[in-house]
Design a protein around this ligand. Structure first.
Ligand SMILES: C[S@@+](CC[C@H](N)C(=O)[O-])C[C@H]1O[C@@H](n2cnc3c(N)ncnc32)[C@H](O)[C@@H]1O
Length: 208
């Protein structure tokens, strides 16, 4: 796992850096399935970064109760600023997957979060999150995928080196998340690709 607070150092520059390297692609991908979110119930956003996605969720779904779990204090502070102080829809939690407060979520959002883990940690984290998802819930996952293209592989390599250095990233290679979702009994319902397949967004539901 990324060390608790590991992303503190890059937090102030994170969104700018993402935009410089990927333009709007990371945002477009993360917005792709937000219209599928339930209008009421409980959502978990984990590893949400600076919180711009939180603002989008709250804007689209004022009836949804959101637990927002972030390991970096700096990221969490930036996220708090994205939501009005009198908005009681969001429960901000400084912590990790171990700090997720509830179960039976109607929706879990992991965007560029699963890619911070090594294989063993990923198994553990995904299984823990799967237990927190209610039957009939959805899991929206947006992340990178290595389609074998050389320029993609180089970019992924560069990101691992950069975040390894500045955010103590645990992962040193990009995993294919599909078998991990399969193992958790999750069925892919919809998927979109961005930047020639380097980025995907997927909507999964439990096989129940
Ligand atoms: C690669 S960044 C992605 C941020 C955001 N989702 C985005 O796409 O802009 C990963 C985020 O996950 C957070 N993080 C890393 N390990 C975590 C953990 N075990 N639990 C919760 N958050 C974690 C980091 O602090 C960071 O904000």
């Amino acid at each position: 796992m990324a060390r608790k607070g590991g992303f503190d150092a890059v937090a102030p520059l994170y969104d700018t850096l993402s935009y410089v390297v990927f333009g709007n692609a990371l945002k477009r991908a993360q917005l792709a399935f937000l219209e599928h979110l339930p209008t009421t119930g409980r959502a978990l956003v984990i590893g949400g970064g600076t919180g711009w996605i939180l603002k989008e969720v709250v804007k689209r779904r004022p009836g949804l109760q959101v637990d927002y779990v972030e390991a970096s204090e700096k990221m969490l502070a930036l996220s708090r600023r994205k939501v009005a102080s009198d908005n009681h829809q969001v429960n901000f939690i400084h912590g990790t997957e171990k700090s997720v407060p509830s179960s039976d979520y109607d929706c879990i959002i992991t965007n560029f979060f699963l890619d911070v883990f090594s294989e063993n940690s990923l198994k553990r984290v995904m299984s823990l999150l799967r237990e927190k998802l209610g039957s009939g819930g959805m899991w929206i996952c947006t992340d990178f995928r290595s389609a074998g293209k050389r320029n993609h592989q180089f970019l992924i390599w560069l990101m691992h080196r950069f975040f390894g250095l500045f955010a103590s990233l645990e992962a040193n290679r990009l995993l294919d998340f599909r078998p991990f979702f399969d193992k958790e009994g999750m069925i892919l319902k919809e998927e979109s690709e961005f930047r020639n397949g380097l980025i995907f967004s997927a909507l999964y539901r439990p096989n129940e």
